[in-house]
Design a protein around this ligand. Structure first.
Ligand SMILES: Nc1nc2c(ncn2[C@@H]2O[C@H](COP(=O)(O)OP(=O)(O)OP(=O)(O)O)[C@@H](O)[C@H]2O)c(=O)[nH]1
Length: 321
């Protein structure tokens, strides 16, 4: 008797700025023969990430109505059921959770929702670790959970730490999750074969960490101190002023700025400026050209601890051309 084939699912998690989108882009480039559906969930009411993901033939679906691990599990189930009803069959699903997500509820969706479980099967839970900033991030609750629930730990940004720091980090990670396979990378440069199709998801291990995983629905309470603010502006910005503002922010607020990214409409520039940063590391690049009939708009998201909305709003206004 032939068994019904399930669609493999890769759950990609990791704290803000760890390198999930960088990995996703690498994976998609290497999987061009497969039909991959990508589900991206953002923290904050914005879709800036769609500007950062390479365009491919893959289907990219965003869930922006909230955090995937809290109130959007219904959305996730709906999207998955639409995917299987489609005429064109998909080979794989990759879910990129927000950096603030607890992966348990996402994992539970595949184990506890009967219909979803019949059609999909978790291949692996990959958690990316920012080798440089993880010590700061471990003060929050989510990175510990993300590490504990992983079957593959992708320890990224190895270019930013020393050999001794690597030894210390490895000890910490083994203490937090002795079962996961550890892969070390820079710019998420990895052999796809090391991550995809490994079938490394192991429910037995997860039940040791969380014996109630299949019984209790997880409700994840986000730390109220970590907030996200989005600013939008139709009028053009002045690049000099933007640079000055960011130099100030990075220097004085970098410690608490977990993640900031944006797409900017700069005065006299026909192309977007795309920028992103993690704490004090920050980079801006040229984006695509604005289309003729497209409304030009700047959009910036800040995610961090103890952020002062008024101060950020004032800084953003200062940048107007
Ligand atoms: N130095 C260094 N920077 C990296 C590396 N990997 C990624 N980055 C940079 O780190 C920043 C965050 O990378 P992303 O891939 O966007 O991280 P993310 O986890 O998707 O971020 P969120 O979705 O906002 O949580 C970007 O500016 C990347 O270029 C790395 O190995 N070394």
């Amino acid at each position: 008797m032939s068994q019904k084939q399930t669609i493999p699912v890769t759950i990609l998690t990791g704290f803000l700025g760890a390198g999930k989108t960088t990995l996703l882009n690498n994976l998609l480039k290497g999987m061009s023969e497969q039909k991959v559906a990508v589900i991206i969930n953002e923290f904050g009411d914005t879709s800036i990430d769609s500007h950062l993901v390479v365009s491919t033939r893959e289907e990219i679906i965003e869930i922006n109505s909230g955090c995937i691990c809290c109130n959007v599990r219904g959305d996730l189930i709906n999207i998955l059921s639409i995917l299987i009803a489609q005429e064109e069959k998909i080979d794989r699903v990759i879910i990129e959770t927000t950096g603030m997500a607890n992966p348990a509820p996402v994992i539970q969706t595949f184990l506890m929702d009967e219909k979803t479980g019949k059609s999909f099967e978790i291949d692996s839970v990959i958690t990316m670790v920012d080798a440089k900033h993880i010590w700061q991030h471990l003060k929050e609750e989510e990175p510990g959970k993300q590490i504990a629930f992983a079957d593959i730990l992708l320890i990224n940004k190895m270019d930013l730490i020393t050999a001794n720091e690597k030894i210390k980090l490895e000890q910490q990670l083994v203490n937090m999750n002795p079962h996961a396979k550890r892969v070390y990378t820079t710019y998420a440069n990895v052999n796809i074969q090391d991550l995809i199709g490994k079938k490394s998801f192991d429910l037995g291990n997860l039940l040791k960490i969380d014996p109630k995983l299949l019984v209790e629905t997880h409700h994840h309470h986000h730390n109220d101190q970590v907030t996200s603010f989005v600013f939008r502006e139709g009028r053009p910005l002045d690049l000099e002023k933007v640079n000055r503002w960011f130099a100030y922010l990075v220097h004085f607020k970098g410690e608490n700025l977990y993640r900031y990214k944006g797409v900017l409409h700069i005065n006299h520039l026909e192309k977007r400026v795309v920028f992103q940063g993690v704490h004090m590391l920050f980079a801006g690049t040229e984006g695509t050209e604005w289309a003729d009939n497209e409304p030009r708009q700047s959009e910036i998201v800040f995610i961090g601890k103890h952020l002062d909305y008024q101060e950020l709003a004032k800084g953003f206004q200062y940048c107007l051309a």
